[in-house]
Design a protein around this ligand. Structure first.
Ligand code: FAD
Length: 396
C-alpha cells in the first residue's frame, strides 16, 4: 500500500524547517501538498547547535513550546583569542536552546494538521519535465514511484542536489561553507544561563567555537571553520578546544554532530519554471553566526505564499514565481548581504586585531553587528588603527 498519490499541486523535497514551512503555508490554503523526507526520522540526527534567539522566534511567528525548549538563555560571553571577553547581559530571556529532534517534528506535525502529506524515508531521486508539469521520482521503503506535480520545492538542506536535477547550479565556493562539528556533552561545568562564543585564528579559523548549554551540566559544544583559513579539520580543532578546558575535558560526549553551514553564496535567482529553492539549499543563512532555522522558516513562508498565488492563477512560470526572489531579497536578502560584507572584514582580522577590538566593543555592539545594524560603529573603531583603515572602508 502506498500512502503517496499520483498527483499533487506541490511536492517538497526535504522536511526541515524550510520544507515544513512551505508545506504548512500551501496546504492551509487547501492545496494538495506532499513533503518527502529522505531520513527515517524528521529532525534526527540533528545537525544544529540548537540556539534560537528571541528575535528569530518572533520572525518565525511561532509560539514558544515547552515540548522543545531545553534551556533559557539570559546572556552571552564572547571571547577574544587572548581570553579577554565582552559580556552581553539581558534583562529577560533572550533566547533558548531547543531540542531540534522534537522541534522539527512539531513543525512537520503542524503542517500535517493543515492537510499536507508528510512522508519520512522517502527520497526525491529525480525530476523531469512533462509538458506543463513535473514528474518527480520518489524512492520509498517499498518502491520507486513517479508523482506528477505543478510545482516542486527544493528544501533539501545544505547538501542539496534537487536543484541540479533541473539544471540549477547551487554549488558553493569553498570559502562560503563552514565545516562544523559538535559534541553534545554531559557532566560538564557550564553556566546554564549564558552562551559562550570563542574567536581566534588558532581556535577556530574562519569561524568560532560555541558552547550552548542545554541544561545545568549539559551543552552543545561545537565549532565551525572554513578553508582556506583552517589547517586542521573541524574535528581536530574541537577536540583540542575541549581537551584544553578544565570545565569540559572530563565531560562525556553523548552525541556527535557534523554538517556544513552555507555562510555566503546568496542567490539572486531561486526559481525556475515550476520550481523554487528554499532554506539552506538556497544558502539562506546568517553569514556571520550561521543561524539558519528562522531564515529557512521565514523563506518557506514567503515561498509558500507566492506558490499559493501561482496555483490560484494557474501560472507556474519562473516569471510568476520570481516574486519570491523579490520579496525574500527585500525582507531578508539585503540584510544578509550586509552581514556577508561584515564576514568578509572579520575574516581578515588577525588575532592581535581581535584582541584589540575587545577594548572598544560593548555587548550591545556585538548584538547589533550580528543583525547588520552596527556597521558604522565598527567602521569607526577600525579606522583608529592605520593598518585597518582599508578594511574599514569595505564596510561602506
Ligand atoms: P535542513 O534542516 O537541513 O533540512 C533539509 C532536509 O532535507 C533534511 O532533513 C534532509 O534529510 C532532507 N533531504 C535532503 N535531500 C533530500 C532528498 N533528495 N529527498 C528528500 N529529503 C531530502 N541554525 C540555527 O538557527 N541555530 C543554531 O544553533 C545552528 N547551529 C548549527 C550547527 C551546526 C553544526 C550546523 C551544521 C548547522 C547549524 N544551524 C543552526 C543551521 C541550521 O541547522 C540550518 O540552517 C537549518 O536546519 C536549515 O533548515 P532547512 O530546512 O533549510 O534544511
Amino acid at each position: 500500500m502506498s500512502m503517496i498519490e499520483n498527483e499533487y499541486d506541490v511536492v517538497i523535497a526535504g522536511v526541515g524547517p524550510a520544507g515544513s514551512s512551505v508545506a504548512l503555508n500551501v496546504a492551509k490554503m487547501g492545496f494538495k501538498v506532499l513533503a518527502a523526507e529522505k531520513r527515517q526520522e524528521i529532525g534526527s540526527p540533528k545537525r544544529c547547535g540548537e540556539g534560537l534567539s528571541k528575535s528569530a522566534l518572533e520572525r518565525m511567528g511561532i509560539e514558544l513550546d515547552e515540548k522543545w525548549v531545553c534551556n533559557t538563555i539570559w546572556g552571552a560571553t564572547v571571547y577574544a583569542p587572548n581570553g579577554r571577553f565582552v559580556r552581553i547581559d539581558y534583562k529577560g530571556p533572550e533566547g533558548w536552546i531547543i531540542e531540534r529532534k522534537i522541534f522539527d517534528k512539531e513543525l512537520a506535525k503542524k503542517a500535517a494538521r493543515t492537510g499536507a502529506k508528510i512522508v519520512a524515508k522517502t527520497d526525491v531521486l529525480g525530476v523531469e519535465r512533462k509538458g506543463k508539469f513535473l514528474n518527480v521520482k520518489l524512492k520509498t521503503r517499498e518502491e520507486i514511484i513517479d508523482v506528477k506535480t505543478k510545482i516542486l520545492v527544493a528544501a533539501d538542506g545544505v547538501e542539496s542536489k534537487v536543484p541540479r536535477m533541473l539544471g540549477m547550479d547551487t554549488t558553493l565556493k569553498l570559502i562560503d561553507i563552514a565545516s562544523a562539528v559538535q559534541f553534545e556533552m554531559a557532566n560538564v561545568d557550564v553556566d546554564s544561563k549564558r552562551i559562550e562564543i570563542y574567536f581566534g585564528n588558532e581556535t577556530a579559523p574562519g569561524g568560532y567555537v560555541w558552547i550552548f548549554p542545554k541544561g545545568k551540566d549539559t551543552a552543545n559544544v561545537g565549532i565551525g571553520v572554513r578553508k582556506p583559513f583552517a589547517r586542521l579539520t573541524a574535528y581536530e580543532y574541537l577536540k583540542r578546544f575541549v581537551e584544553g578546558r578544565k570545565n569540559l575535558k572530563d565531560g562525556s560526549i553523548i552525541e556527535v554532530n557534523t554538517g556544513g553551514v552555507p555562510v555566503g553564496g546568496l542567490m539572486k535567482n531561486m526559481v525556475l519554471n515550476n520550481f523554487l529553492v528554499v532554506g539552506d539549499a538556497a544558502h539562506q543563512v546568517n553569514p556571520i553566526h550561521g543561524g539558519g532555522i528562522a531564515e529557512a522558516y521565514v523563506a518557506g513562508k514567503i515561498a509558500g505564499n507566492v506558490i499559493v498565488k501561482a496555483l490560484e492563477d494557474e501560472d507556474y512560470s519562473a516569471k510568476k514565481l520570481s516574486l519570491y526572489n523579490k520579496i525574500w531579497w527585500d525582507e531578508r536578502g539585503k540584510k544578509l548581504e550586509k552581514i556577508l560584507k561584515l564576514r568578509h572584514v572579520v575574516e581578515k582580522l588577525k588575532d592581535e586585531d581581535l584582541n584589540w577590538l575587545v577594548d572598544y566593543l560593548r555587548g550591545e555592539d556585538l548584538v547589533a553587528l550580528a543583525e547588520a545594524s552596527g556597521m558604522e560603529k565598527l567602521k569607526f573603531i577600525l579606522m583608529k588603527k592605520p593598518k585597518l583603515i582599508s578594511l574599514a572602508r569595505k564596510l561602506f
